[in-house]
Each structure stands twice: as C-alpha cells, then as structure tokens.
Ligand binder design. Structure first.
Ligand code: NCD
Length: 316
C-alpha cells in the first residue's frame, strides 16, 4: 500500500514516521522498474512546474531531480545561483519569494546553511524538498540509500550499518542515522575524534574512533567523503595518514561480514576515503545502484508531494 506520505514538504527524516518512510520506499521501488523501460514517461506531474534551486554545486542530486521531474511530465527549471541575483546581493528569502511568485508547484533547494531550507519553506506557498542543507539533513539521499539496501538485502531491520568518515560535516550521515534507526537497523558511526561531532552520541548510533572495530561484523559499510571545502581549521595531519587509519581497503573490509556491501553517496575521493579497487568492485560496491535508486526515490517523493497539491484530481 503506497501513498501514506501526506506532508506538504520533505525537509528532514527526523520528524517522519516509519510508515511514511516505507511508503516512499515502496513507491520508489515501483519507479525502478519504470526507469528500466524504454518508455519512461508518466504524466503524474503534467502541468506542474518544478524548480531546482541549488546554492551549492551538485552533480547527482540536481541531475536526478531534473530527470525525475521530467519523467513524471513536469516542466523543470534549474536555477544556477552563479547566474542569479544572489550574486548581486539578493537575500535568500527574496530569491525564494521571487520564484514563488512564478507559481512553481515544487521547489527543490540545496543550501550551505543548516536550517536555510526550512526557513524558505515557511516563506513560500509551494512544496519544498530539502536537497541538502549544511551539515543538517539530506533526506532523499537517506531514502535512496535505504532503497538500495532493502533491494539488495531484502530488509533493513536487524542489519548492522557502519557509517564511516567525515561525520562532522555530513548531512548524509545525519539523515541516514535517523532513517536506519526508524527502520530497525543497528547503526555505527566511526570518525577520527576531530571529525566526530560532540552531540553524535545522542543520535542513536554507536560511536567508534577505531575503524577496524567499527567495521567488524557489519552488513553494510557506508563511506563518507572527506569534505575538505568545509574545513576551516586543521582537522587532519594528512590525507595519507587518513587513508591509513580510515580509508576503506580490502584488508579493513575483510573484517565486515562475508559479502558485506560498500556504499558511498558520491562524489568520491579515491585513495582518500576509499580504495579505487573497492569502489569499482561490482561484487561489493553498490555505488552505481545508489545513483539509479536516486532517480526512482526522487520520482516517488515528487509524486507523494504532488498528491497534496491543491486542485489535484488524484487526491483522495
Ligand atoms: C553528498 C552531499 O552533497 O551532501 N553528496 C550527494 O548528495 N550525493 C555528500 C558529499 O558531498 O560528500
């Protein structure tokens, strides 16, 4: 049974209930099949306008929202901040209210500040999807990761998932901890002390500083990118030393369960947080599958939000 997501926006995983998450995963799963057909188009969003407003660079997230919107029949506009009035000093809220006056139905927003997307959602009349706000949340990434795991393992409940690397700067880690906990997985977080945020102990994951201990017995090892662009001070002695202690190589992966899978949200720093041989190992790496699931899950989210839009005949 799908269609239990009845909120106007998707801003974070933290406030969601398990059945809401599962309904989005079920719907996403149906779209995986559609996306493998030659004819990929639906008219679920026909007549609707989707705006992608990205204040930070993005490859996977922006392109998959664009494809998702187009496959559902929406008109999709990508706002590149480099060419917009934001560069001329317009405030975030002015940009959003200007776009809102053009009557979009859904705005997808990525912004470098935690909380910025929720702030905007308050100022506009359309639906808003958070495509990543600072180090806060990235809900569609956690959904696509969950769909990837569920399809491979058949379940999420009871699995041990180790999330490793730059937890401090990672909205992916936060959204995943919330989602995996709600679906009954055991979540472990591992980072050097300088990259483990102070409050992480309260997120509901087991905290490690030793990568080998954290990986031992894991079903899934999810690697995080070292987000050097967000580091103002000195967090690490060197990337070489980081790889030695925290980089995922065959030797460390051998500590996980036999056949354990490796994930990474991308973009990857090969040789920094993950050895190329593992990233490219089609028997162990789910990285390309994550990208495929990204389009399907975003179609599911767009459809779920479109059902809540006014004047929609499909609303039951
Ligand atoms: C992530 C992000 O932007 O938060 N990337 C993504 O959405 N695929 C992770 C990252 O930038 O490291």
């Amino acid at each position: 049974m799908t269609g239990h997501y009845s909120r106007q926006h998707l801003l974070a995983i933290a406030p969601l209930q398990r059945h809401e998450i599962e309904s989005l995963l079920d719907l996403g799963n149906e779209y995986v099949d559609l996306n493998r057909q030659i004819q990929k188009k639906r008219d679920t969003l026909r007549g609707r306008t989707l705006i992608n407003l990205f204040f930070e660079p993005s490859t996977r997230t922006q392109s998959s929202f664009e494809l998702a919107g187009k496959r559902l029949g929406a008109d999709v506009m990508n706002m590149s901040v480099a060419q917009s009035s934001v560069r001329k000093g317009e405030t975030l809220i002015d940009t959003a209210t200007t776009l809102n006056a053009m009557h979009p139905d859904i705005i997808v927003i990525r912004h470098q500040d935690s909380g910025a997307v929720a702030l905007l959602a308050d100022k506009v009349t359309c639906s808003v999807i958070n495509a990543g706000d600072g180090a806060h949340e990235h809900p569609t990434q956690a959904l696509l990761d969950a769909l990837t795991i569920r399809r491979r393992m058949g379940r999420i409940e009871g699995l041990t998932v180790t999330i490793a690397g730059d937890v401090m700067h990672s909205r992916v880690a936060r959204s995943n901890v919330h989602l995996l906990n709600k679906l009954g997985a055991r979540v472990r977080l591992v980072a050097p002390r300088t990259l483990m945020p102070a409050g992480a102990g309260e997120w509901g994951a087991e905290i490690f500083n030793d990568m080998r201990h954290a990986i031992t017995g894991a079903d899934i090892v999810m690697m995080l990118r070292l987000q050097s662009e967000r580091m103002t001070g000195s967090f690490l002695p060197s990337q070489r030393e980081y790889f030695h202690f925290y980089g995922l190589d065959r030797e460390k992966l051998a500590l996980a369960k036999p056949g354990a899978f490796v994930m990474h949200p991308g973009p990857m720093n090969r040789g920094v947080e993950i050895d190329s041989a593992i990233a490219d190992d089609i028997d162990r790496s789910l990285i390309h599958e994550q990208v495929e699931m990204g389009v399907a899950v975003r179609m599911a989210v767009l459809e779920a939000l479109a059902r809540q839009l006014p004047n929609d005949e499909r609303k039951s």
